[in-house]
Design a binder for this molecule. Structure first.
Ligand code: ASP
Ligand code: MG
Length: 407
C-alpha cells in the first residue's frame, strides 16, 4: 500500500470523458489499496484562453487580478474532478491552493512556494477521502491568491508529495514517459524506464518541455521520486530518481533540441576588461535570460561577442546591445532568429572521453556547421542552423545508438 500524489495535466482532463477516465483510474488505484491525492491542472487550453481574455479586456493587467483570473481554471477542474470521483463511489474533496495550505511569496503570476501546511489534506487522507488539489496556486503572505506560473502544477504535486512524505509523485501527461529524443522527430526514439535527476535537469534545461524544470529541481532537493507517465494508456512510464551508483552508466542517454532561442552578435567590441561585465550586467538587470555565450579571440584589440536568448527576450536584448554599442564604440549588433540548439546528455560522459569528438564529427559528416558550443559535466550543446536541427537530432540519436540501448 502506497501513498501516491497523482498530477493530471491539461490534456489529461481536457473534457468530461477524460475526467471520468481519471476517476476510473483513481478507483483502480484505491482498489489496489493505495491512498491517492490528486493535483489537477486547468482543462485543456483553458489557461491560454484566460490569458487571451485578459489581454482583450485591458492593457492594464495587475498581477493580483491576473492570478485571481488564471487560478479559476484549476478551481473549475478540481470541482468537476471531485464530482466524477463521487460518481464512481469515491468520497472526494476539492481544495484551492490556499485551502490545501500552500503559502507563497507575493510575486504575482510567478509566485514561489514558501511552505505547505498540509494538515487539512492529511486529515482528509486519514478519513479515507481523496483530496483533489488545484495545481499551480496558493495564498501569499499578504493573503492574496497567487499563481505559481506556467507549468506550476508539477511543482504543486512535488511540494505536496514532499510535505506528505508520499511514496511517489506521478506526473500524468499525454506522452508515455521521457524519451531518448522527441518521437515526432525520430521514430526510433525509445522510452526510458529510468533516468537520474541530474540528467533530467540537464534535459529540461536543454529544451525538453516536460516535466517543468522547477518541479524536477524541487523533487531532487526533497528526494521525491517522480514517475512521468501516460493518462491515456496508463502504462508504466519513466522514473526520475537518484543516480544508482551500482549501475553502469550509459554514455549518452538523450538528444534534445531547442528552437526557442535566437542569437545576438555584437561585432567590433574593444577587447578591454569590463566590457563584457558591463553588457551582461545590463542584460541581467533587464531580466534577459542569456544562455550560451561565445567571445572570439581578439584581433588587433577588437573582438566579437555572441550569445543566445529566448525569442521572447530578443527585442529587449537588442535594444540594450544597441545602446551599449554606441557607448563602447562597437561596430554592429546583429540578430539571427533561425538557430537551433542540439544537446546530447548522459552522466556516463564524465568517465568516457570522446563524446564531443563523436558529436562534432557526426555533425560535420552531415554538412552541419557548428556556430556555438557549450558544455557541462554531463551535457554538450551546439548551436546550428534551425533548418538542420531535425537532421542533427536524427544523426546524433543514431550515432550514439539510442535506438538500441535498453535503459
Ligand atoms: N494550467 C497551468 C498552465 O498551463 C498550470 C499547469 O498546467 O501546470 O500553465
Ligand atoms: Mg497546462
Amino acid at each position: 500500500m502506497a501513498l501516491l500524489v497523482q498530477k493530471f495535466g491539461g490534456t489529461s482532463v481536457a473534457d468530461p470523458d477524460r475526467i471520468r477516465e481519471v476517476a476510473d483510474h483513481v478507483l483502480r488505484c484505491r482498489r489496489r489499496g493505495d491512498d491517492v491525492v490528486l493535483v489537477v491542472s486547468a482543462m485543456g487550453k483553458e489557461t491560454d484562453e484566460l490569458l487571451r481574455l485578459a489581454s482583450e479586456v485591458s492593457d492594464v493587467r495587475p498581477g493580483r487580478e491576473m492570478d485571481m483570473l488564471i487560478t479559476a481554471g484549476e478551481r473549475k477542474a478540481v470541482a468537476l474532478m471531485s464530482m466524477a470521483l463521487a460518481a464512481v463511489g469515491i468520497e472526494a474533496e476539492s481544495y484551492t491552493g490556499s485551502q490545501a495550505g500552500f503559502v507563497t511569496d507575493t510575486n504575482h503570476t510567478n509566485a514561489k512556494i514558501l511552505e505547505v501546511r498540509a494538515e487539512r489534506v492529511k486529515e482528509a487522507i486519514e478519513a479515507g477521502r481523496v483530496p483533489v488539489v488545484a495545481g499551480s496556486q496558493g495564498m501569499s503572505t499578504a493573503r492574496d491568491v497567487t499563481f505559481l506560473g506556467r507549468g506550476g502544477s508539477d511543482t504543486t504535486a512535488v511540494a505536496l508529495a514532499s510535505a506528505l512524505g508520499a511514496d511517489a509523485c506521478e506526473l500524468y501527461t499525454d506522452v508515455s514517459g521521457v524519451f531518448t529524443t522527441d518521437p515526432r522527430v525520430v521514430s526510433t526514439a525509445r522510452k526510458m524506464h529510468r533516468i537520474s535527476f541530474d540528467e533530467m535537469l540537464e534535459m529540461t534545461a536543454a529544451g525538453c518541455p516536460k516535466p517543468a524544470m522547477r518541479s524536477v529541481e524541487y523533487a531532487h532537493r526533497q528526494r521525491v521520486p517522480l514517475h512521468v507517465r501516460s493518462a491515456f494508456t496508463w502504462e508504466p512510464g519513466t522514473w526520475v530518481t537518484e543516480e544508482d551508483p551500482d549501475m553502469e552508466q550509459a554514455v549518452i542517454r538523450a538528444v534534445v533540441a531547442d528552437l526557442s532561442e535566437a542569437k545576438v552578435t555584437v561585432t567590433g567590441v574593444p577587447d578591454r576588461p569590463g566590457i563584457a561585465a558591463n553588457l551582461f550586467r545590463r542584460l541581467a538587470d533587464a531580466d534577459v535570460n542569456v544562455d550560451m555565450i561565445v567571445q572570439n579571440v581578439a584581433e588587433g584589440g577588437i573582438t566579437d561577442i555572441s550569445f543566445t536568448v529566448p525569442h521572447a527576450d530578443l527585442d529587449r536584448a537588442l535594444e540594450i546591445c544597441e545602446a551599449k554599442r554606441a557607448e563602447i564604440g562597437a561596430t554592429s549588433v546583429e540578430a539571427d532568429h533561425e538557430i537551433g540548439k542540439v544537446s546530447v546528455i548522459g552522466a556516463g560522459m564524465k568517465s568516457n572521453p570522446g563524446v564531443a569528438a563523436t558529436m562534432f564529427e557526426t555533425l560535420a559528416d552531415n554538412g552541419i556547421n557548428i556556430e556555438m558550443i557549450s558544455t557541462s559535466a554531463i551535457r554538450i550543446s551546439c548551436v546550428i542552423a534551425e533548418d538542420q536541427t531535425d537532421r542533427a537530432v536524427q544523426v546524433l540519436h543514431d550515432v550514439f545508438e539510442l535506438d538500441k540501448t535498453e535503459f
